[in-house]
Design a protein around this ligand. Structure first.
Ligand code: SF4
Length: 413
């Protein structure tokens, strides 16, 4: 087994751990943001509703800014205040409410899990992190820990992106913070640190610190409630030099938590040397031809055709303008022809490539895909029937379009 990291990377002094907890919780009590899920969890909800309220917020907050989530969260909890209400919703309704929030499979999985709690667990939320993770689809280690500590007072730590940053700075951890070995050590630390009497508040405080003070680029170390426990800050690295090499500090040449000797830290970066991640893979480039088909509706207002995406994969079940993936190196004329052929096969009407009007390009960036929509429009006269075997489709007015479960990319189009 690999040697454990040197003590300086860990929280091995109980007195220091106690002081850190006290300082962090006192700061949280003074400075925490007013957020709707906190307000809701603080009311007299029964245990299952409390767990549900926290669960929804945690799923929405994954990869998404707090400011964006607030409005979605309020609308969701108004529409489906209980697990039972959510279990009865249709996927279409869930997608409609989720439209614009991104990472759409989150909403779908949340609803599937709610159905499971109602049908298989008699509507009772599991009460521990272990059971939440084991029994609920889409609930991983982080979400399980957050629900169990915040809603049920289980003394279990959590590790998310904010916590990784704070812990790596507190303990000068410069090894790749996305490696499984380092992540395991961070979970151990979070479990050691978590306050036994206020675990939910402590976990939220650590995350809040990362979101508002120990931020990625310009941390506010001067205002930080735990700076006296922070090794990165204590070394006064920020903008100063020279740092003592990590290896000397650790006293070993192969410390599993220090930066590799080949990539020593950069003293000009100070505390922002931490955390370190392996370089990300560049996003995959994709091109799509997208056609906005328009007709006069029966009241004279324009209507647009939207089609439903398959029920699995990227943007599952959402509605979009008819789109066709394109090869990267296709000439413009060829792109147009391919789109015309596709529309023709689909509408059963002759579509001339030159009848397609080029509108422009829309770029949308997913975490792993850089997508370019090459946008065309086409007016159709008379009634057009579409082959229902190809995919569900419907004509919508502009208002209906915006109320439908469509992705942000389609709204840009
Ligand atoms: Fe983060 Fe600075 Fe606080 Fe350390 S002192 S935890 S680097 S904000």
């Amino acid at each position: 087994a690999p040697a454990p990291p040197p003590a300086r990377h860990l929280f091995s002094d109980p007195a220091e751990v106690e002081a850190l907890r006290g300082n962090l919780l006192a700061w949280y009590d003074r400075c925490k943001r007013d957020l709707p899920w906190r307000a809701l969890a603080a009311t007299e909800l029964d245990a299952d509703r409390r767990g549900y309220a926290v669960w929804v917020s945690e799923i929405m907050l994954q990869q998404t800014q707090v400011a964006t989530v607030i409005d979605y969260y309020n609308r969701w909890m108004q529409k489906w205040p209980t697990l039972q209400a959510l279990a009865q919703a249709s996927l279409e309704e869930v997608n409609e409410l989720w439209a614009g929030l991104g990472y759409y499979s989150r909403g779908k999985r949340l609803q599937e899990a709610a159905r499971k709690v109602v049908s298989e667990l008699a509507g009772r939320m599991p009460r521990t992190a272990e059971d939440l993770q084991r029994l609920l689809p889409g609930v991983g280690r982080y979400t399980a820990g957050a629900i169990a500590s915040i809603s049920y007072g289980q003394a279990t730590g959590v590790v998310d992106g904010n916590v990784i940053r704070v812990l790596c700075r507190l303990r000068c951890i410069g090894a790749n913070s996305s490696s499984p070995a380092v992540i395991d050590w961070l979970w151990d630390m979070a479990n050691v640190l978590v306050d036994r009497s206020r675990p939910g508040d402590f976990n939220q405080a650590l995350m809040e610190l990362g979101a508002t003070v120990c931020v990625p680029k310009a941390p506010l170390c001067g205002e930080c409630p735990v700076k006296q426990h922070c090794q990165a800050w204590r070394r006064k690295l920020f903008g100063k030099s020279p740092p003592v090499p990590d290896i000397e500090d650790c006293g070993v040449g192969d410390c599993p938590l220090c930066p590799p000797a080949t990539e020593p830290w950069d003293s000009s970066l100070g505390v922002t040397n931490f955390p370190r991640k392996a370089a990300k893979k560049p996003p995959r480039a994709m091109r799509m031809a997208t056609c906005v088909l328009e007709r006069r509706g029966c009241h004279g207002a324009p209507e647009y055709l939207i089609v439903q995406r398959p029920s699995s994969g990227l943007l599952a079940g959402l509605w979009e303008f008819p789109s066709l993936p394109l090869a990267q190196d296709l000439q413009e004329g060829k792109e147009r022809e391919e789109l015309a052929d596709h529309l023709q096969a689909w509408t059963g009407h002759p579509v001339a490539a030159k009848g397609l009007r080029f509108i422009g390009e829309v770029i949308h960036i997913f975490s792993h895909i850089h997508q370019t929509h090459v946008v065309y429009s086409l007016h159709l006269d008379g009634d057009v029937t579409l082959d229902p075997a190809l995919s569900p489709s419907r004509w919508v007015t502009e208002d209906e379009f915006h109320a439908s479960a469509v992705s942000t990319a389609m709204k840009k189009v």
